[in-house]
Write a protein that binds this ligand. Structure first.
Ligand SMILES: Nc1nc2c(ncn2[C@@H]2O[C@H](COP(=O)(O)OP(=O)(O)OP(=O)(O)O)[C@@H](O)[C@H]2O)c(=O)[nH]1
Ligand SMILES: [Mg+2]
Ligand SMILES: [Zn+2]
Length: 292
């Protein structure tokens, strides 16, 4: 019987079968031996063991795999960050965007909590990210002001990604109040989320639209991703790549650099450029260490 993994906790997987039932199943030992970890979003074949007890016998070929958050077979990622509370960490946001670019999925940016943000906070984010090719939404999940992001989710398998406390689960509850997902206050002391969502879970918006809620995270490790050219992961740089004077230009201190020209002309935002340099440096340092 065919099905889709909608949740995995402690080696047990909840699978939505093609008949519309949910069954909890283990996996065949062979996967463990091969170090294959089933992911939320995986299409699988189930084998019945005893009455009402199933195991995952086969994981069908994945269309794609996202590493952070770890999910399979998605068509797009909506990166959710709060405009404020918690204050967005743009370095971490740009790392997350870069890590998704690595997986070749459609990326949408969603800034939440417009109801408590100042105009200045919204304007600043809007200016920075309007210069990227991504579609950017400003929403208030709490007030149900979703700015038509719901239309973008139709006929897609979307994963929500972003820091704890950004409002991912609140946004899902706004999309469908029947989800009843647990949401959590921010910690008063440090103003961060409290990691309320513990496991990735795939939910059905309608028959053809799926969405995955995921636990928030505080860091993205790009050094484990085997990235060769960090500049290719900054989508608004791409039109300028190959147009610098030096073919090996990494857009740092080289003269006649097309990326830096675009920065001067205001076509690339300074915040994104600086985060690119920092990310590139981090990746370089890591590969130098590995070569030693
Ligand atoms: N003012 C305001 N508060 C919001 C909004 N959206 C979410 N919140 C609040 O922000 C806090 C965190 O929301 P969650 O939905 O739990 O955040 P999350 O991204 O799912 O967090 P994790 O599950 O920890 O990753 C809760 O107290 C929500 O009520 C919003 O649009 N406006
Ligand atoms: Mg959550
Ligand atoms: Zn350059």
């Amino acid at each position: 019987m065919r099905g889709k993994i909608i949740k995995g906790v402690g080696g047990f997987y909840t699978v939505l079968t093609e008949d519309g039932d949910c069954v909890v199943s283990g996996i065949k030992g062979i996967f463990r031996n091969q170090n294959i970890v089933p992911l939320v979003g995986d299409d699988v074949l189930l084998q019945q063991e005893n009455e009402g007890s199933y195991v995952i016998a086969q994981i069908l070929e994945r269309k794609n795999t996202l590493l952070r958050p770890a999910v399979a077979n998605i068509t797009q990622v909506v990166i959710v960050a709060a405009c404020t509370r918690p204050k967005p960490n743009l370095m971490m946001l740009d790392k997350l965007i870069a890590s998704c670019e690595q997986s070749d999925v459609q990326i949408i940016l969603c800034f939440n909590k417009t109801d408590i943000a100042t105009e200045e906070e919204i304007e600043q984010l809007s200016e920075i990210y309007a210069k990227t090719p991504y579609e950017v939404f400003f929403v208030s999940a709490e007030k149900g002001q979703l700015g038509k992001i719901d239309e973008k989710l139709q006929h897609q398998t979307t994963v929500l990604a972003g820091p704890s406390g950004a409002g991912k689960s609140t946004l899902l509850n706004a999309l469908n109040p029947e989800f009843f997902l647990r949401t959590g206050e921010l910690s008063e002391k440090i103003g961060r989320g409290k990691h309320t969502t513990r496991h990735a879970e795939l939910l059905c918006l309608d028959e053809k639209s799926y969405i995955v809620d995921t636990p928030g995270f505080t860091n993205v490790d790009l050094t484990s991703m085997d990235i060769e050219n960090a500049d290719e992961l900054f989508a608004e740089f791409v039109p300028y790549l190959g147009k610098c004077k030096f073919a090996s230009c990494v857009h740092d201190s080289e003269p006649k650099c097309a990326v830096k020209d675009a920065l001067q002309e205001g076509k690339i935002s300074r915040s994104r450029y600086e985060n690119y340099l920092a990310i590139k440096e981090e990746i370089d340092q890591h590969s130098r260490k590995n070569r030693r």
